[in-house]
Write a protein that binds this ligand. Structure first.
Ligand code: PLP
Length: 405
Protein backbone atom coordinates (compact mmCIF):
# COMPACT_ATOMS: atom_id res chain seq x y z
CA UNK A 1 0.00 0.00 0.00
CA UNK A 2 1.33 3.48 -0.83
CA UNK A 3 1.06 6.16 1.86
CA UNK A 4 -2.16 8.06 1.31
CA UNK A 5 -1.92 10.70 4.03
CA UNK A 6 -2.38 14.33 3.03
CA UNK A 7 0.70 16.10 1.64
CA UNK A 8 1.50 19.77 1.21
CA UNK A 9 3.99 21.79 -0.81
CA UNK A 10 6.20 21.88 2.31
CA UNK A 11 7.05 18.21 1.69
CA UNK A 12 8.96 19.26 -1.41
CA UNK A 13 11.29 21.44 0.64
CA UNK A 14 11.58 18.73 3.28
CA UNK A 15 12.38 15.77 1.08
CA UNK A 16 13.71 16.88 -2.31
CA UNK A 17 17.23 17.49 -3.53
CA UNK A 18 16.60 21.18 -4.16
CA UNK A 19 17.14 21.43 -7.92
CA UNK A 20 13.64 22.65 -8.73
CA UNK A 21 11.55 25.50 -7.35
CA UNK A 22 7.96 24.39 -8.02
CA UNK A 23 4.98 26.75 -7.72
CA UNK A 24 3.38 27.15 -4.29
CA UNK A 25 0.20 25.29 -5.35
CA UNK A 26 -0.14 21.59 -6.20
CA UNK A 27 -2.13 20.62 -9.31
CA UNK A 28 -4.17 17.48 -8.72
CA UNK A 29 -6.29 17.02 -11.83
CA UNK A 30 -6.33 18.02 -15.47
CA UNK A 31 -8.80 17.80 -18.33
CA UNK A 32 -8.17 19.21 -21.79
CA UNK A 33 -6.40 22.53 -21.31
CA UNK A 34 -7.56 23.07 -17.73
CA UNK A 35 -5.87 22.02 -14.49
CA UNK A 36 -7.18 22.17 -10.90
CA UNK A 37 -5.12 22.47 -7.73
CA UNK A 38 -5.65 21.04 -4.23
CA UNK A 39 -7.88 23.99 -3.33
CA UNK A 40 -10.07 23.48 -6.42
CA UNK A 41 -8.75 26.60 -8.22
CA UNK A 42 -8.64 26.24 -11.98
CA UNK A 43 -5.75 27.15 -14.29
CA UNK A 44 -5.70 27.42 -18.06
CA UNK A 45 -2.68 25.53 -19.32
CA UNK A 46 -0.55 27.40 -21.86
CA UNK A 47 2.57 25.53 -20.65
CA UNK A 48 1.55 22.03 -21.71
CA UNK A 49 3.98 20.39 -19.30
CA UNK A 50 6.84 22.12 -21.20
CA UNK A 51 5.65 21.22 -24.71
CA UNK A 52 4.70 17.68 -23.68
CA UNK A 53 0.90 17.46 -23.23
CA UNK A 54 0.23 17.81 -26.94
CA UNK A 55 -3.31 16.46 -26.59
CA UNK A 56 -4.01 18.21 -23.30
CA UNK A 57 -4.73 16.37 -20.07
CA UNK A 58 -6.63 13.08 -19.78
CA UNK A 59 -7.33 12.76 -23.51
CA UNK A 60 -9.91 9.95 -23.70
CA UNK A 61 -8.07 7.96 -26.39
CA UNK A 62 -4.75 8.17 -24.57
CA UNK A 63 -6.45 7.13 -21.33
CA UNK A 64 -8.11 4.19 -23.05
CA UNK A 65 -4.84 3.06 -24.62
CA UNK A 66 -2.95 3.35 -21.34
CA UNK A 67 -5.61 1.47 -19.39
CA UNK A 68 -5.82 -1.32 -21.96
CA UNK A 69 -2.07 -1.74 -22.10
CA UNK A 70 -1.77 -1.53 -18.29
CA UNK A 71 -3.94 -4.62 -18.00
CA UNK A 72 -1.94 -6.48 -20.61
CA UNK A 73 1.86 -6.01 -20.42
CA UNK A 74 4.05 -3.31 -18.85
CA UNK A 75 7.64 -4.32 -19.27
CA UNK A 76 9.88 -7.12 -20.41
CA UNK A 77 13.21 -5.50 -21.29
CA UNK A 78 14.86 -5.52 -24.68
CA UNK A 79 15.58 -9.25 -24.69
CA UNK A 80 12.05 -9.40 -26.16
CA UNK A 81 10.25 -7.05 -28.48
CA UNK A 82 6.57 -6.16 -28.12
CA UNK A 83 3.63 -5.33 -30.35
CA UNK A 84 3.13 -1.66 -29.35
CA UNK A 85 6.77 -0.75 -30.00
CA UNK A 86 6.75 -2.49 -33.37
CA UNK A 87 3.64 -0.52 -34.38
CA UNK A 88 5.16 2.74 -33.15
CA UNK A 89 8.42 2.14 -35.03
CA UNK A 90 6.55 1.39 -38.24
CA UNK A 91 4.43 4.50 -37.85
CA UNK A 92 7.46 6.76 -37.29
CA UNK A 93 9.37 5.29 -40.22
CA UNK A 94 6.38 5.61 -42.54
CA UNK A 95 5.81 9.23 -41.49
CA UNK A 96 9.39 10.52 -41.75
CA UNK A 97 12.72 10.36 -43.59
CA UNK A 98 13.91 7.63 -41.23
CA UNK A 99 14.44 3.93 -41.93
CA UNK A 100 15.29 2.91 -38.37
CA UNK A 101 14.49 4.02 -34.82
CA UNK A 102 15.83 3.56 -31.28
CA UNK A 103 13.58 4.19 -28.29
CA UNK A 104 14.57 5.57 -24.90
CA UNK A 105 12.82 7.53 -22.15
CA UNK A 106 13.63 11.23 -22.59
CA UNK A 107 14.99 13.90 -24.87
CA UNK A 108 18.40 13.89 -23.24
CA UNK A 109 18.72 10.14 -23.79
CA UNK A 110 17.70 10.50 -27.43
CA UNK A 111 20.38 13.15 -27.95
CA UNK A 112 22.93 11.11 -26.01
CA UNK A 113 22.24 8.21 -28.38
CA UNK A 114 22.47 10.47 -31.44
CA UNK A 115 25.83 11.90 -30.38
CA UNK A 116 27.17 8.45 -29.55
CA UNK A 117 25.96 7.09 -32.89
CA UNK A 118 27.66 9.95 -34.74
CA UNK A 119 30.95 9.40 -32.90
CA UNK A 120 30.80 5.65 -33.50
CA UNK A 121 29.94 6.02 -37.20
CA UNK A 122 32.92 8.33 -37.75
CA UNK A 123 35.18 6.21 -35.55
CA UNK A 124 34.42 3.06 -37.53
CA UNK A 125 34.67 4.75 -40.91
CA UNK A 126 37.44 7.31 -40.50
CA UNK A 127 39.23 6.53 -37.24
CA UNK A 128 39.44 8.19 -33.84
CA UNK A 129 40.46 11.60 -35.21
CA UNK A 130 37.04 12.32 -36.69
CA UNK A 131 35.33 12.99 -33.38
CA UNK A 132 34.49 16.69 -33.21
CA UNK A 133 30.95 17.91 -32.59
CA UNK A 134 29.75 21.36 -33.59
CA UNK A 135 26.89 22.85 -31.57
CA UNK A 136 25.41 26.30 -30.97
CA UNK A 137 25.39 28.98 -28.32
CA UNK A 138 22.21 28.97 -26.21
CA UNK A 139 21.26 25.49 -27.43
CA UNK A 140 19.60 23.07 -25.03
CA UNK A 141 19.95 19.32 -25.53
CA UNK A 142 19.31 17.82 -22.09
CA UNK A 143 21.03 17.25 -18.76
CA UNK A 144 23.32 14.24 -19.16
CA UNK A 145 26.99 15.15 -19.11
CA UNK A 146 27.34 14.74 -22.89
CA UNK A 147 24.18 16.73 -23.64
CA UNK A 148 24.92 19.62 -21.24
CA UNK A 149 28.33 19.77 -22.88
CA UNK A 150 26.72 19.96 -26.32
CA UNK A 151 24.21 22.50 -25.01
CA UNK A 152 25.27 26.10 -25.42
CA UNK A 153 24.55 27.39 -21.91
CA UNK A 154 27.82 27.11 -19.94
CA UNK A 155 26.03 27.58 -16.62
CA UNK A 156 24.51 24.11 -16.99
CA UNK A 157 27.87 22.43 -17.64
CA UNK A 158 30.84 24.26 -16.21
CA UNK A 159 30.58 23.09 -12.60
CA UNK A 160 30.52 19.44 -13.70
CA UNK A 161 33.94 19.52 -15.36
CA UNK A 162 35.86 17.69 -16.67
CA UNK A 163 33.44 17.60 -19.60
CA UNK A 164 33.53 15.41 -22.71
CA UNK A 165 36.08 16.94 -25.09
CA UNK A 166 35.87 17.84 -28.77
CA UNK A 167 32.68 19.94 -28.69
CA UNK A 168 32.75 23.41 -30.28
CA UNK A 169 30.10 26.11 -30.05
CA UNK A 170 29.38 28.88 -32.52
CA UNK A 171 26.58 31.47 -32.61
CA UNK A 172 23.19 30.20 -33.78
CA UNK A 173 22.05 31.33 -37.23
CA UNK A 174 25.64 32.33 -38.07
CA UNK A 175 26.54 30.21 -41.07
CA UNK A 176 29.96 31.76 -41.58
CA UNK A 177 30.94 30.97 -37.99
CA UNK A 178 29.79 27.38 -38.54
CA UNK A 179 31.73 27.17 -41.80
CA UNK A 180 34.87 28.24 -39.95
CA UNK A 181 34.73 25.29 -37.52
CA UNK A 182 33.15 22.46 -39.55
CA UNK A 183 36.02 20.51 -41.09
CA UNK A 184 37.37 17.03 -41.81
CA UNK A 185 37.52 16.21 -38.07
CA UNK A 186 33.83 17.05 -37.57
CA UNK A 187 31.66 13.97 -37.03
CA UNK A 188 28.38 15.76 -36.26
CA UNK A 189 26.55 19.05 -36.11
CA UNK A 190 23.65 19.18 -33.65
CA UNK A 191 21.03 21.90 -33.97
CA UNK A 192 17.47 22.75 -32.89
CA UNK A 193 15.33 23.98 -35.83
CA UNK A 194 13.86 26.40 -33.29
CA UNK A 195 15.87 27.03 -30.13
CA UNK A 196 13.24 26.41 -27.46
CA UNK A 197 14.82 26.87 -24.03
CA UNK A 198 17.21 29.38 -25.61
CA UNK A 199 14.42 31.90 -26.21
CA UNK A 200 12.14 30.50 -28.97
CA UNK A 201 14.47 31.49 -31.81
CA UNK A 202 13.69 29.94 -35.21
CA UNK A 203 16.58 28.95 -37.48
CA UNK A 204 16.93 30.83 -40.76
CA UNK A 205 16.28 28.60 -43.75
CA UNK A 206 19.64 29.55 -45.30
CA UNK A 207 21.39 28.56 -42.05
CA UNK A 208 19.92 25.04 -42.00
CA UNK A 209 20.51 24.60 -45.72
CA UNK A 210 24.10 25.75 -45.28
CA UNK A 211 24.65 23.29 -42.41
CA UNK A 212 23.30 20.50 -44.60
CA UNK A 213 25.82 21.37 -47.35
CA UNK A 214 28.73 21.67 -44.92
CA UNK A 215 27.88 18.30 -43.35
CA UNK A 216 27.65 16.66 -46.77
CA UNK A 217 31.00 18.13 -47.80
CA UNK A 218 32.71 16.83 -44.64
CA UNK A 219 30.85 13.52 -44.27
CA UNK A 220 29.54 14.75 -40.91
CA UNK A 221 26.09 13.81 -39.58
CA UNK A 222 23.50 16.55 -39.33
CA UNK A 223 21.45 15.99 -36.15
CA UNK A 224 18.17 17.85 -35.68
CA UNK A 225 17.13 18.01 -32.06
CA UNK A 226 13.35 18.07 -32.47
CA UNK A 227 12.62 17.16 -28.86
CA UNK A 228 10.67 20.41 -28.44
CA UNK A 229 9.68 21.17 -32.06
CA UNK A 230 8.60 17.65 -33.02
CA UNK A 231 5.26 15.86 -33.19
CA UNK A 232 3.12 18.67 -34.51
CA UNK A 233 4.35 21.52 -32.32
CA UNK A 234 5.21 23.81 -35.26
CA UNK A 235 2.24 22.85 -37.41
CA UNK A 236 4.18 20.18 -39.33
CA UNK A 237 4.77 16.69 -37.95
CA UNK A 238 8.45 17.64 -37.62
CA UNK A 239 9.91 21.09 -38.25
CA UNK A 240 12.41 19.70 -40.80
CA UNK A 241 9.45 19.02 -43.09
CA UNK A 242 8.50 22.70 -43.19
CA UNK A 243 12.09 23.79 -43.73
CA UNK A 244 12.64 21.21 -46.45
CA UNK A 245 16.06 20.33 -44.98
CA UNK A 246 16.41 16.67 -44.03
CA UNK A 247 18.79 15.67 -41.22
CA UNK A 248 20.72 12.39 -40.93
CA UNK A 249 19.57 11.86 -37.36
CA UNK A 250 16.53 13.31 -35.60
CA UNK A 251 15.66 13.18 -31.93
CA UNK A 252 12.11 13.26 -30.62
CA UNK A 253 10.59 13.09 -27.11
CA UNK A 254 8.21 15.37 -25.16
CA UNK A 255 4.98 15.43 -27.26
CA UNK A 256 5.68 11.96 -28.65
CA UNK A 257 4.20 10.37 -25.53
CA UNK A 258 1.66 13.12 -24.86
CA UNK A 259 2.78 13.07 -21.21
CA UNK A 260 4.04 9.51 -20.89
CA UNK A 261 7.87 9.50 -20.92
CA UNK A 262 9.43 8.31 -24.17
CA UNK A 263 12.24 9.41 -26.46
CA UNK A 264 13.26 8.31 -29.94
CA UNK A 265 16.25 8.54 -32.22
CA UNK A 266 15.44 8.40 -35.93
CA UNK A 267 18.11 7.43 -38.47
CA UNK A 268 18.56 6.28 -42.04
CA UNK A 269 19.87 2.83 -42.98
CA UNK A 270 23.19 4.39 -43.92
CA UNK A 271 24.03 5.40 -40.35
CA UNK A 272 21.84 3.16 -38.19
CA UNK A 273 24.13 0.14 -38.40
CA UNK A 274 26.87 2.07 -36.58
CA UNK A 275 25.14 0.95 -33.37
CA UNK A 276 25.19 -2.83 -33.42
CA UNK A 277 24.09 -5.32 -30.75
CA UNK A 278 25.60 -4.41 -27.39
CA UNK A 279 27.05 -1.04 -28.41
CA UNK A 280 24.30 1.01 -26.73
CA UNK A 281 21.20 0.14 -24.74
CA UNK A 282 18.47 0.91 -22.23
CA UNK A 283 16.34 -1.03 -19.75
CA UNK A 284 13.04 0.80 -20.20
CA UNK A 285 13.34 2.22 -23.72
CA UNK A 286 10.62 0.89 -26.00
CA UNK A 287 8.52 -0.56 -23.17
CA UNK A 288 4.95 -1.53 -24.11
CA UNK A 289 3.22 1.10 -21.93
CA UNK A 290 5.09 4.10 -23.32
CA UNK A 291 5.02 2.73 -26.85
CA UNK A 292 1.27 2.08 -26.87
CA UNK A 293 0.53 5.62 -25.67
CA UNK A 294 2.97 7.17 -28.16
CA UNK A 295 1.54 5.10 -31.02
CA UNK A 296 -1.95 6.45 -30.29
CA UNK A 297 -0.70 9.99 -29.66
CA UNK A 298 1.25 10.12 -32.91
CA UNK A 299 -1.64 8.74 -34.95
CA UNK A 300 -4.00 11.42 -33.58
CA UNK A 301 -1.55 14.28 -34.17
CA UNK A 302 -0.31 13.23 -37.60
CA UNK A 303 -3.51 14.17 -39.41
CA UNK A 304 -4.08 17.15 -41.73
CA UNK A 305 -6.82 18.47 -39.42
CA UNK A 306 -4.77 18.53 -36.24
CA UNK A 307 -1.71 20.00 -37.98
CA UNK A 308 -3.79 22.68 -39.73
CA UNK A 309 -5.43 23.35 -36.36
CA UNK A 310 -2.01 24.13 -34.87
CA UNK A 311 -1.40 26.76 -37.55
CA UNK A 312 -4.86 28.21 -36.99
CA UNK A 313 -4.28 28.39 -33.24
CA UNK A 314 -0.98 30.19 -33.89
CA UNK A 315 -3.00 33.00 -35.50
CA UNK A 316 -5.41 33.15 -32.53
CA UNK A 317 -2.44 33.58 -30.19
CA UNK A 318 -0.72 36.15 -32.38
CA UNK A 319 -3.86 38.25 -32.72
CA UNK A 320 -4.57 38.17 -28.99
CA UNK A 321 -0.97 38.92 -28.05
CA UNK A 322 -0.80 41.78 -30.56
CA UNK A 323 -3.85 43.33 -28.89
CA UNK A 324 -2.30 43.00 -25.45
CA UNK A 325 0.94 44.50 -26.72
CA UNK A 326 -0.86 47.38 -28.46
CA UNK A 327 -2.19 48.33 -25.03
CA UNK A 328 0.88 47.71 -22.85
CA UNK A 329 3.97 47.75 -25.17
CA UNK A 330 5.58 45.06 -23.03
CA UNK A 331 7.10 42.94 -25.80
CA UNK A 332 9.73 43.83 -28.38
CA UNK A 333 8.91 40.75 -30.48
CA UNK A 334 6.41 37.90 -30.60
CA UNK A 335 7.93 34.96 -32.46
CA UNK A 336 7.92 31.21 -33.02
CA UNK A 337 5.91 28.80 -35.11
CA UNK A 338 2.72 26.88 -34.55
CA UNK A 339 2.16 26.48 -30.82
CA UNK A 340 5.71 27.24 -29.74
CA UNK A 341 5.43 30.96 -29.16
CA UNK A 342 7.89 33.32 -27.50
CA UNK A 343 7.11 36.83 -26.26
CA UNK A 344 10.41 38.70 -25.91
CA UNK A 345 10.26 41.40 -23.25
CA UNK A 346 11.15 44.96 -24.25
CA UNK A 347 14.45 46.19 -22.72
CA UNK A 348 12.62 48.14 -19.99
CA UNK A 349 11.32 44.81 -18.61
CA UNK A 350 14.51 42.75 -19.09
CA UNK A 351 14.78 39.86 -16.64
CA UNK A 352 11.10 39.96 -15.67
CA UNK A 353 9.81 36.86 -17.51
CA UNK A 354 9.58 34.74 -14.35
CA UNK A 355 7.83 37.54 -12.43
CA UNK A 356 5.27 37.69 -15.24
CA UNK A 357 4.60 33.94 -15.24
CA UNK A 358 4.29 34.04 -11.43
CA UNK A 359 1.67 36.79 -11.76
CA UNK A 360 -0.02 34.69 -14.47
CA UNK A 361 -0.28 31.69 -12.13
CA UNK A 362 -1.86 33.92 -9.50
CA UNK A 363 -4.68 34.75 -11.93
CA UNK A 364 -5.04 31.15 -13.11
CA UNK A 365 -2.74 30.76 -16.11
CA UNK A 366 0.16 28.34 -16.50
CA UNK A 367 2.90 29.74 -18.75
CA UNK A 368 6.61 29.11 -19.31
CA UNK A 369 9.72 31.16 -19.60
CA UNK A 370 12.54 30.64 -22.12
CA UNK A 371 15.40 32.40 -20.38
CA UNK A 372 14.98 35.54 -18.24
CA UNK A 373 13.58 37.74 -21.02
CA UNK A 374 11.08 35.55 -22.89
CA UNK A 375 7.64 34.25 -21.89
CA UNK A 376 6.89 31.03 -23.76
CA UNK A 377 3.61 29.30 -24.58
CA UNK A 378 3.51 25.62 -25.61
CA UNK A 379 -0.11 24.58 -25.02
CA UNK A 380 -2.05 21.54 -26.15
CA UNK A 381 -2.16 21.30 -29.95
CA UNK A 382 -5.95 20.95 -29.71
CA UNK A 383 -6.63 23.68 -27.14
CA UNK A 384 -10.19 25.00 -27.65
CA UNK A 385 -10.63 28.58 -28.84
CA UNK A 386 -12.53 29.49 -25.68
CA UNK A 387 -9.54 28.44 -23.55
CA UNK A 388 -7.15 30.45 -25.73
CA UNK A 389 -9.33 33.52 -25.31
CA UNK A 390 -9.85 33.04 -21.58
CA UNK A 391 -6.15 32.33 -21.08
CA UNK A 392 -5.15 35.48 -22.96
CA UNK A 393 -7.57 37.50 -20.82
CA UNK A 394 -5.84 36.19 -17.73
CA UNK A 395 -2.45 36.88 -19.32
CA UNK A 396 -3.52 40.48 -19.93
CA UNK A 397 -4.23 40.83 -16.19
CA UNK A 398 -0.71 39.60 -15.38
CA UNK A 399 0.78 41.96 -17.99
CA UNK A 400 -1.16 44.90 -16.56
CA UNK A 401 0.12 44.10 -13.08
CA UNK A 402 3.74 44.00 -14.29
CA UNK A 403 3.42 47.21 -16.30
CA UNK A 404 1.64 49.07 -13.52
CA UNK A 405 4.32 47.98 -11.07
N1 PLP B 1 16.33 18.95 -26.41
C1 PLP B 1 15.51 20.00 -26.42
C2 PLP B 1 15.43 20.85 -27.65
C3 PLP B 1 14.71 20.30 -25.32
O1 PLP B 1 13.89 21.35 -25.33
C4 PLP B 1 14.80 19.45 -24.18
C5 PLP B 1 14.01 19.73 -22.96
O2 PLP B 1 13.54 20.81 -22.73
C6 PLP B 1 15.68 18.36 -24.22
C7 PLP B 1 16.42 18.14 -25.35
C8 PLP B 1 15.81 17.42 -23.03
O3 PLP B 1 14.69 16.63 -22.93
P1 PLP B 1 14.40 15.82 -21.57
O4 PLP B 1 14.16 16.84 -20.51
O5 PLP B 1 13.23 14.96 -21.89
O6 PLP B 1 15.64 15.02 -21.29
Amino acid sequence: MSSREAVSRQAFDDYFIPMFAPAPFIPVRGEGSRVWDQAGRDYIDFAGGIAVNALGHAHPELCRTLQQQAGQLWHLGNGYTNEPVLRLARQLVEATFADKVFFCNSGAEANEAALKLARKYAHDKAGAGKCEIVAFSNAFHGRTLFTVSAGGQPKYAQDFAPLPAGIFHVPYNDLEAARAVIGPRTCAVIVEPIQGEGGVVPADLAFLRGLRELCDAQDALLIFDEVQTGVGRTGALYAYMEYGVTPDLLTSAKALGGGFPIGALLATNRHATALSVGSHGTTYGGNPLASAVADTCLSIINTPDVLAGVRERHEWFLQGLAQINAQYSLFSEIRGRGLLIGCALAPAYAGKAKTLTNYAAEVGLLALIAGPDVVRFAPSLIIPQADVEAGLERFALAVARLVQG
